[in-house]
Ligand binder design. Sequence first.
Ligand code: GRF
Length: 212
Amino acid sequence: MKAIVILISGRGSNMEALLAAVVRGELPVRIAAVISNRPDAKGLETAAAQGLPTAVVDHKGYAGREAFDAALAACIDGYAPDLVVLAGFMRILTEDFVRHYEGRLLNIHPSLLPSFPGLHTHQRALEEGVRIHGCTVHFVTPALDHGPVVVQAAVPVLDSDDEAALAARVLQQEHIVYPLAVRWFAEGRLRLEGGRVRLDAERPQPPALISP
Ligand code: GRF
């Protein structure tokens, strides 16, 4: 069974969704560790309460990104994971770090990339007046919130939405597609080849989403 390490910085709801999928027997991976760059991340408590190994590599203890990323990589590699899963990990990673995990580093971003990379994606989507918003799981490349797309989920933007309502609708989808993408990887159906996603899996074929 493949081992994964999950990196978090805060709430950790995507980490919980992955763990729940493992517990339900829907995700054939061993969660080797949950690592946070913030000692006060709520997700760390959740992980520890569920009996998962946890670790903290506090970015404040390092002079720069290179030193932090080297310490983080050493911590991760101590668990020898097949896949590293960024789940609300709020640090920009150095090129060396990203290259070290090429093809085995996934991220989830709360927008339909390449729209709205960076922060405050839901507020920006509302300000732009887009009618469809969503989330993206992608392999990580050195460019921030960029990289070969594995799976996306789209939701309608409603006239009544505020940032919180839209974020909640997107987050529900995040909790579905992230375990799906990790399962594909764990089953050897998903890989990065020459910078492109190769996916050998049955794909849901929903009708087009038209909004409004
Ligand atoms: C999610 O919206 C994720 O897409 C983004 O940060 C948020 C993390 O939420 N990268 P959580 O910590 O998984 O609850």
